[in-house]
Design a protein around this ligand. Structure first.
Ligand SMILES: NC(=O)c1ccc[n+]([C@@H]2O[C@H](COP(=O)([O-])OP(=O)(O)OC[C@H]3O[C@@H](n4cnc5c(N)ncnc54)[C@H](O)[C@@H]3O)[C@@H](O)[C@H]2O)c1
Length: 424
């Protein structure tokens, strides 16, 4: 079968990580894509990504700077959009109108309204729109979902998702601290929103307090030689851009949310996302049910789940699999992670990152080739964006906010300024 001709759009940090994921899939003999073009208005970024394509695939992709130039490459069938978030909706809508299927990085769109435009375009054009939401594809999160679906802890009553850390440091890039570019509570929070619904089902209402504590953020990499420092950014790819970012800059996006969530099932969630915490940082996700609890490890950590049952105590190690006899991961995950029934794994972070991105590509290709919907399509992608904004809207309005009112764009007090900056 002919490979799907793919354009890589947005060749920054995540664009490079996606290519490493595609190469991982290629090495596993499961890649259905031919990456034929690297597209970025920052020429040096497109050139860099193209060089990695040549290294891993042995082919020379076109280097282009615009969607028109991408179209002139000829025969493009799909695009993978990894630009910064303000461009997601314009590029995805344009791609679908050109007849290309699209995978777009999270957050699907920069606001609920941007997501609506993307959903409309997907319906109108009949093209496929997949959201590259990676955390749920972690095999340990697959196991967590299987345990919950199997009713191992009984009906769920509450979940906690609590994270804190960050102080006044820049998280990866300047734009993650700018309200109109995808502030940190959206950039990181949208992953958590997706995971929360993946495990617990629909969220209906949130009531949140939000804060902007650290109005000046610091970039410790400014002016440093990236080759002379230990790489600490995700998958070690960001330092070469961070060295040229300012040492200090103003942050305009809220950096803390404290929320209560209500689920359609009747369960309740406690949510704390703190990117400005000083002192001891922490990460905690747990689900409690009628008969026991699940303590879940950090996404992409490979650590085991801690399951405690009233009538069985702590279930440790591979014994957890006995409770879910039908659990098995999909073929691509099994091939990449080396097992169909995984309860832990251990790889360096960059390798885990590649494998999980490879799974996203395998899902996207299968959806294109079989006509089935992708795992995270426009409706689900838009819901995660709406949940993160429901917290920010609730913080701005000081009242509980429903996910539906944000999803339907009836409530947009907080997002108004962002929509205006996008011209939508
Ligand atoms: N899933 C994850 O774990 C994860 C991790 C990091 C980033 N992301 C997401 O990936 C996306 C990109 O983040 P990043 O860290 O790579 O940002 P980045 O700033 O490093 O890279 C963005 C790139 O997009 C390019 N670009 C801007 N406008 C463009 C256009 N019109 N056409 C083509 N290219 C364009 C920029 O020049 C830049 O090279 C964001 O949506 C971010 O939220 C996801």
């Amino acid at each position: 079968m002919e490979a799907i001709r793919l354009g890589l759009v947005g060749c920054g940090g995540m664009g490079h990580r996606h290519l490493f994921g595609l190469a991982e899939l290629h090495r596993a003999g499961l890649c259905r894509f031919a990456p034929v073009a690297a597209c970025d208005p920052r020429h040096e970024n497109a050139v860099s990504l193209a060089a990695h394509v040549t290294e891993h695939f042995g082919t020379r992709p076109a280097v282009v700077g615009t969607m028109d130039e991408l179209a002139s490459v000829g025969g493009i069938q799909a695009v993978d959009i990894c630009t910064d978030p303000p461009h997601h909706h314009t590029l995805a809508v344009e791609a679908m109108r050109r007849g290309w299927d699209a995978m777009v990085e999270k957050p699907m769109g920069l606001t609920a309204r941007a997501c609506r435009l993307m959903r409309q375009a997907a319906v109108e054009t009949g093209r496929l729109l997949s959201v590259a939401e990676n955390y749920r594809r972690d095999p340990i999160n697959r196991l967590a979902k299987a345990l919950l679906d199997q009713g191992v802890i009984g009906r769920t009553r509450f979940m906690m998702h609590n994270t804190a850390g960050g102080r006044d440091q820049m998280l990866i890039s300047v734009w993650r601290h700018q309200k109109n570019m995808s502030g940190i509570l959206l950039d990181v929070g949208v992953h958590f929103s997706d995971m929360i619904e993946y495990l617990m089902g629909d969220v209906t209402t949130v009531y949140a307090q939000t804060r902007l504590y650290e109005k000046t953020r610091k970039n410790p990499m400014a002016g440093k030689d990236p080759d002379a420092v230990e790489h600490t950014s995700p998958a070690g790819v960001y330092e070469r851009w961070q060295k040229d970012m300012p040492a200090e800059f103003e942050a305009t996006a809220e950096d803390a949310a404290y929320a209560t969530l209500v689920f359609a099932s009747g369960a309740v969630g406690q949510y704390l996302e703190e990117h400005a915490a000083h002192g001891r940082g922490f990460w905690h996700r747990a689900v409690y049910g009628e008969r026991g609890s699940l303590d879940l490890p950090g996404d992409r950590s490979g650590q085991p789940i801690n399951l405690t049952l009233d009538d069985g105590g702590l279930i440790e190690g591979a014994a957890i699999l006995d409770l879910v006899p039908d659990f098995h991961v999909d073929d691509a995950t099994a091939a990449l992670f080396g097992g169909t029934r995984l309860w832990r794994y251990s790889f360096p972070f960059a390798e885990t990152d590649r494998k999980i991105i490879a799974i996203e590509y395998a899902d996207f290709a299968d959806a294109i080739l079989t006509g089935r919907p992708p795992e995270v399509g426009p409706d689900m992608g838009a819901r995660s964006v709406a949940i993160s904004y429901a917290m920010l809207e609730s913080g701005a309005l000081n009242r509980p906010v429903t996910i539906d009112e944000v999803l339907d764009d009836r409530t947009h007090t907080y997002q108004a300024e962002i929509n205006e900056s996008l011209g939508i």
